[in-house]
Design a protein around this ligand. Structure first.
Ligand code: ARG
Ligand code: ZN
Length: 875
């Protein structure tokens, strides 16, 4: 069942042209495909043509106009095989499908009565018979025909080249995409949609019509997405010299979508969550998410579409690179420091656990059962860190030369991660052979750094040891090549000029130290006094770092480091130390106490918060429960939660006046804006409220209620509701009811209402989540609803999900088994927590094992869920 990277062979045949006729009718959809096919010169000798196809009802097959009888082909559930075909020919197939019954949301399906498609990775085979692999690239012409009243808008890739009315109140549109593309970039939309329009003129003078299509009534929620699109287009020209290449760029927002969005050529399809926003309905996080995802999909036009992947093992070629590009873009548009902190937090809370679990895989996986299981934080986010390391090793200019060379060599091609690395190596004049281990070795490398100051010799020596832990199928690892960006702070808190032994003169205050060996030493000379090292600045490599720094050193860094990421990180390291100490105290029944020094340090940050509220809001958040888990040999979710809550309560109490004062200072209803400074002020204000609500006295509850009713910005309303819903305050039920009543007609806002309840730490949360499954607003077939209720409970509420009685696990397994027959991708994504099984104690492992065994024993399980469940059991 598993597919292996090493088994790659070029396709037996190529398809140069695709002419589709898609006839959408209520009873069934008929697809006629005319494919211009030839043997692939890269494969010698005549071989049978094997077309992929699933859930298709075959109506007819002709070769060069001649109909084939049933003995001319072989039909199986997944393939249509033509044993004997000419060197070059036109194949025409006619198939029927029922998109209205397609609950998997892959291929052609309906969302809110509108037709749309999702073809990546292997959905095109559910639309028509095809060689469904990304290295088969063709020019597409698509005619869509449908009832005019119900489906006034008919869209596909490329340019609209014709349209007209047909008999019986029907109409048609013909689209032509001049760029050859793999079939995963095909898209089609038909529905009753309204367009919000704008224009963008490219640097070389092309006038591009921009349209965002939404369901009627949502036209007033597209401003931010449209602004983000125009900013992305301008940014890609400025930073990478990349322009848009067609006259039309369309986005369609649909409510039922498995992932965030999809970069189909000139017809991006989005989850509504990443398009629709007004200040009253969307949080600051939503606004930033929209900006990032709109940019991400737009950037794919070059990194993904113009240059695409040879096979799906190369997924990170486009995803890691495009995530890196969207991260750079968001950093330029907002606060770069906050963006970097949040990206690293995301990596640590989601990717690190994946990297130490049963589904651990390299950035370029070696094998898979179901490719949809590999759209992961490792491929996307660790993949982006790998690209960032090229950027750090080569420098911004070297990296840009590498990108230029990559496009020069590979525009219009389907290529591999090796091709990308070769372009970078050639442009940078560097040897990246060892660096490429990042593509093949899974697991989070661990660095141990020690420093020694020699006062007499005025030298400072860093010793760096690296190990890469074993992961499933990879017991032994080799040392990796990575940049360790380092600075040294003198006693005055200023960066020292850095001179390595053997260098004639100092070269800067931040140096890219290149690690290649299991153990390495770096000696700095002319160091006037014992320095405090600032290591891994900007989180220059995706590793776990341990350094021999004292609490005093860390406090010094939090006050002085010129690198904002490391200034934040020093506080986190301190926080992790203290919280893990509390966890150990809880486990052995010792009394708990929060060190005065830590309270003092937090108080200092808070006292100074007015200088940079956005940064303070990050620095005052204690390390998250999931990240703390990654720092333990055996995760104890209950003790982690108790320790963190104890620390939060203590800080709430000891710094109460300051939380109050800071909240008050920012509580004025300033006019809403989503610039970085305003977002920073709101997050600081809401953080203060969260601390106050950690000990919910009547004054704190009053503030939360005041904010809940008084603010018009969803960021503030939901922050207050979250705090109330998690508290014992009697007002909490009224607040939840009021919120639902106010927003029951807005599906995305109702998702937030589910999320707030699913992530509440109250002991009755699981019962509540169970009851909400029967709430009229809950839709088991809508992925956003499933993620907001079931996904949020399993992934965002460790203390309740990992309850000692195992009820959380049984609940999750029930839901996976219920969803799997409808939507395997969504079911499989819910399995993430089970794949961390070996990170927990024996009792929890046994409880999870019981559920996993129940899951794998279920008949007709999807390959998606089977792969995760069986790999989790093997771990
Ligand atoms: N390429 C899309 C993006 O990252 C994601 C599509 C994932 N689809 C899937 N079925 N796994 O922008
Ligand atoms: Zn992507």
């Amino acid at each position: 069942k598993a597919i292996h990277l090493t088994a790659y062979r070029p396709s037996t045949h190529l398809i140069d042209t695709v002419d589709l006729h898609v006839d959408l009718r209520e009873e069934a959809t008929t697809v006629r495909a005319r494919l211009g096919i030839r043997q692939n010169p890269a494969r010698a000798g005549a071989e049978p043509l094997v077309l992929d196809g699933q859930r298709l009802e075959l109506v007819s097959v002709t070769v060069d106009g001649v109909p084939l009888g049933p003995d001319g082909y072989i039909l199986s559930p997944d393939h249509l095989t033509l044993p004997d075909t000419p060197d070059t020919f036109v194949l025409e197939t006619v198939v029927r499908t029922r998109p209205q019954d397609n609950m998997a949301l892959e291929g052609l399906y309906k969302s809110s009565g509108n037709y749309c498609t999702q073809c990546e990775a292997e959905g095109f085979r559910k639309i028509t018979y095809f060689i469904d692999r990304p290295d088969v690239m063709a020019r597409y012409t698509t005619v869509i025909e449908a009832e005019k009243a119900r489906y006034p808008v008919l869209l596909s890739n490329g340019n609209l080249v014709g349209s007209g009315d047909a008999a019986d109140g029907r109409h048609w549109a013909k689209w032509e995409d001049p760029f050859p593309k793999p079939c995963y970039l095909f898209a089609l939309v038909a529905g009753d949609l309204r367009a919000v329009e704008d224009r963008f003129r490219t640097r070389s003078g092309r006038d591009v019509a921009l349209r965002i299509y939404v369901e009627p009534g949502n036209e007033d929620k597209c401003d931010h997405a449209m602004r983000s699109l125009k900013k992305s287009m301008a940014w890609d020209e400025e930073v990478y010299g990349l322009e848009y290449d067609l006259d039309i760029f369309n986005i369609v927002a649909v409510s039922d979508f498995n992932m965030g969005a999809m970069e189909n050529k000139s017809l991006n399809v989005f989850n509504t969550k990443y398009i629709l926003a007004r200040p009253e309905t969307a949080t600051d996080g939503d606004f930033l998410g929209i900006e990032a995802v709109v940019a991400h999909e737009y950037f794919h036009n070059w990194t993904g579409n113009r240059v695409t992947c040879r096979d799906w093992f190369q997924l990170s070629l486009k995803e890691g690179l495009t995530v890196f590009r969207d991260q750079q873009f968001s950093a330029d548009m907002n606060s770069a420091a906050v963006k970097r902190i949040q990206d690293v937090q995301g990596l640590r809370t989601v990717q690190f656990p994946e990297d130490s679990g049963a589904m651990a895989h390299p950035v370029r996986p070696e094998s898979y059962v179901e490719i949809n299981n590999f759209y992961t934080p490792t491929v996307y986010n660790k993949g982006a860190e790998v690209i960032r390391m090229y950027h750090t090793l080569l420098g911004a200019e070297g990296f840009r030369r590498g990108m230029d060379l990559y496009f020069q060599r590979h525009d219009g091609q389907a290529v591999t991660c090796d091709d990308f690395a070769a372009a970078m190596a050639d442009a940078g004049g560097v040897d990246l052979t060892q660096f490429k281990l990042w593509y093949s070795q899974a697991g989070t490398p661990e660095l141990r750094v020690t420093g020694e100051y020699d006062e007499a010799a005025r030298t400072y020596r860093l010793t760096v040891r690296q190990t890469v832990p074993p992961t499933p199928g990879q017991p032994d690892k080799m040392p990796m090549h990575m940049p360790l960006v380092t600075g040294l702070l003198g006693p005055d808190g200023k960066d020292l000029p850095l001179r390595l032994a053997g260098e004639a003169a100092p070269g800067g205050t931040s140096r890219v130290l290149e690690l290649r060996a299991a153990e390495q030493r770096f000696e700095f000379v002319d160091v006037p006094a014992r320095p405090v090292p600032s290591l891994l600045r900007g989180f220059s490599a995706p590793v776990k770092l341990t350094a021999d720094l004292t609490d005093a050193d860390l406090t010094f860094l939090t006050a002085n480091d010129s690198d904002p990421f490391n200034r934040w990180e020093a506080g986190q390291v301190l926080g992790v130390r203290i919280l893990l100490g509390l966890v150990a105290d809880i486990q052995s029944g010792r009394p708990l106490a929060l060190p005065d020094g830590f309270v003092g340090a937090m108080g200092a940050v808070l006292g100074d918060a007015g200088h940079d509220p956005a940064f303070a809001a990050q620095a005052l958040v204690l390390p998250g429960e999931s990240y703390l888990g990654t720092q333990m040999a055996v995760i104890d979710p209950i003790a982690i939660h108790e320790a963190r809550e104890f620390a939060r309560r203590t800080l709430a109490e000891r710094l109460r006046d300051r939380w109050l004062a800071t909240h008050r200072a920012h509580a004025g209803n300033e006019p809403f804006s989503v610039d970085a400074a305003a977002i920073g002020r709101r997050s600081l204000k809401n953080l203060c409220l969260a601390y106050l609500m950690a000990r919910p006295d009547p004054e704190a509850v009053g503030l939360a209620i005041g904010q809940f009713h008084g603010s018009r910005a969803m960021t503030d309303v939901i922050a207050a509701l979250q705090l109330l819903a998690g508290s014992d305050a009697p007002e909490r039920e009224d607040a939840l009811a009021a919120f639902y009543d106010r927003w029951k007609d807005d599906r995305l806002v109702v998702d937030k209402w589910f999320n707030v309840q699913a992530t509440s730490h109250r002991p009755d949360t699981l019962d509540r989540v169970r009851a909400l499954l029967d709430h009229p607003a809950f839709e088991i077939r809508n992925p956003n609803k499933v993620y907001s209720l079931i996904g949020a409970f399993a992934g965002g509420n460790p203390v309740r999900f990992h309850a000692t009685d195992g009820a959380g696990y049984a609940f999750l397994a029930d839901q996976v088994l219920r969803i799997d027959p409808m939507n395997p991708q969504v079911a499989s994504r819910l399995m993430g927590q089970f794949s961390r099984i070996r990170r927990y104690d024996a009792t929890r492992q046994a409880q999870m094992r019981t559920q996993l065994e129940r899951i794998v024993a279920t008949p007709a399980l999807s390959p998606d869920v089977f792969e995760v469940a069986s790999k989790s059991l093997e771990a």
